[in-house]
Design a protein around this ligand. Structure first.
Ligand SMILES: [Zn+2]
Ligand SMILES: [Zn+2]
Ligand SMILES: [Zn+2]
Length: 116
């Protein structure tokens, strides 16, 4: 894998090693590629250049805008593996799954199946 250094592809080499050489100068967080650092730095500057043309909400990256658009399209690709409920964002599913995993009683799942 040292060929990557020889060929000048040092960024790829760092990614292979799991390194994050692009460091945010505000909070010190590291990123494997410069585009992700750019997106991250917007969380400090508050800059949201990707604006939803349906509701006007700003997003820091095109992928975040794409995720946001699911609110309008009704698309729910994140399916709970414990009950039939589905969610537009992975964060929503994660919060929902905690209602299952946060309770050791099996009957909780049964309750959720009825109410969800
Ligand atoms: Zn930062
Ligand atoms: Zn919107
Ligand atoms: Zn569920």
């Amino acid at each position: 894998m040292f060929n990557y250094i020889k060929h000048g592809n040092i960024n790829k080499f760092f990614v292979l090693l799991g390194e994050r050489p692009y460091i945010c100068n505000v909070c010190g967080k590291g990123f494997p590629d410069p585009s992700r650092l750019t997106v991250h730095s917007r969380s400090h500057s508050g800059e949201k250049p990707y604006v939803c043309n349906t509701c006007g909400r700003g997003c820091v990256s095109s992928s975040q805008l794409k995720k946001h658009m699911r609110i309008h399209t009704g698309e729910k690709p994140y399916q709970c593996h414990l009950c039939p409920k589905a969610f537009p964002r992975s964060e929503d599913l994660r919060i929902h799954v905690k209602t299952h995993t946060g309770n050791k009683w099996q009957r909780w799942t049964v309750i959720c199946l009825r109410t969800c």
